[in-house]
Design a protein around this ligand. Structure first.
Ligand SMILES: Cc1ncc(COP(=O)(O)O)c(C=O)c1O
Length: 360
């Protein structure tokens, strides 16, 4: 690694957060959601760390599942969107993946398939999110079709909340009631609850599986309540000051000189930019943490660099100082707010050239 743009990933924090999610979701088991390269943290590394505790993993597509199986991960792996083309079905059977079925075309494809081993299906209900799944009035029919098929082994039930991060919204309770009422006496395991729901609701007895994602990485999807405060941030994203200078009053900094000095000011240049995943929309004043002190971004974020305020280090040579963008000292959600986005996009958005350093 030549360029010191680094994401330090504390694996033990992810394990602790997982165990915490599992304890909150109890008596349900917890499916660790590690799609999108474990929200930018490295799917194989995270799965290996959780391999002795995780009940199951969830990913978005077969390539993500294959990467885990190739790395020796034995747990059940749930494909949250099922399959996109029929030829994936052989692999799903061969590698013993759990498959969400959300549409009639998937049922038809399973009907036509021949497998050595029948597959485990999670039938998805659209209980109000209106993204994927059978509507409640279609659900029993979809279930009956799959239940008759020799190609299907276990048949379970799954839905997803639209608004669990909004504690005032009645939708979560409404979706939960509709889902459980529609399932009624149909046999099979049941899964609901993303991180927001795990953090704010106790699970009905009928639920055997929760699906925490973002909370595993130590970021809360809800404005921190006392329960969420126990999460440990797993990623510290940082780089170093590579240059420093003092500029005169009224001088501008960076592209379009968006920030102007109101007095003689010492500034530093840090080797991080939007091509690394630092948000382009973060403006002047966005917090950074430099060598143990709070400071701020100045001016527009460039592709590979940003400028920061070094006023507090007036007489020091700051080249080589560590600059944290989020992690132990700055919550990723706080940076997300400064960039008009959410913590999820920042964690998932680190680019390939950011060096990942794994620590216990
Ligand atoms: C179907 C499904 N379940 C669970 C999750 C995990 O959600 P969160 O990261 O908010 O915990 C996601 C994330 O997008 C999802 O799409």
């Amino acid at each position: 690694m030549s360029r010191p743009a680094t994401a330090v990933i504390k694996l033990s924090a992810i394990k602790q957060n997982y165990l915490y999610a599992k304890s909150l979701g109890k008596p349900a088991n917890a499916i660790a959601t590690i799609k999108a390269n474990a929200y930018g943290h490295g799917a194989v590394e995270v799965a290996n760390e959780l391999s002795d505790v995780a009940d199951a993993f969830a990913v978005a597509c077969i390539e993500e599942a294959k990467e885990l199986r190739d790395a020796g991960i034995q747990q059940p792996i749930l494909l949250l969107e099922g399959f996109f083309s029929d030829d994936e079905l052989t692999y799903i059977s061969e590698y013993n993946l759990w498959c969400v079925v959300h549409s009639q075309y998937q049922i038809d494809a399973i009907q036509k398939a021949t497998f050595d081993k029948p597959i485990n299906v999670w039938l998805k209900m659209d209980s109000g999110m209106h993204r994927l799944g059978f509507l409640p009035n279609e659900y029993a029919n979809a279930w009956q079709q799959l239940n008759k098929m020799p190609q299907v082994n276990e048949l379970a039930h799954i839905t997803h909340f639209s608004s669990a991060d909004d504690l005032k919204s009645p939708l979560t309770a409404q979706q939960s009631t509709l889902f459980l009422e529609t399932i009624g006496e149909l046999p099979g395991d049941v899964s609901i609850a993303n991180s927001s729901a795990v953090l704010t609701n106790s699970m009905p007895d009928r639920v055997q599986w929760v699906r925490p994602g973002i909370m595993l990485y130590g970021a809360s999807p809800i404005d921190s309540n006392d329960i969420a405060k126990k999460l440990i941030p797993a990623m510290t994203f940082k780089a170093k000051v590579i240059s420093q200078r003092t500029i005169d009053k009224d001088e501008g900094v960076g592209y379009n000189a968006l920030w102007k000095a109101d007095k003689t000011t010492k500034i530093g240049t840090v080797c991080i930019g939007y091509a690394d995943g630092y948000p382009r929309h973060a403006g002047s004043g966005t917090p950074v943490f430099i060598n143990g002190q709070k400071s701020q971004l100045l001016g527009r974020v460039s592709m590979d660099m940003i400028m920061v305020d070094l006023s507090m280090f007036e007489d020091q040579d700051c080249v080589g100082y560590d600059v944290e963008f989020w992690g132990d000292n700055i919550a990723v959600n706080d940076i997300a707010k400064c960039a008009d986005t959410i913590g999820y996009t920042l964690l998932c958005g680190l680019s390939r050239r950011v060096y990942k350093q794994y620590i216990k």
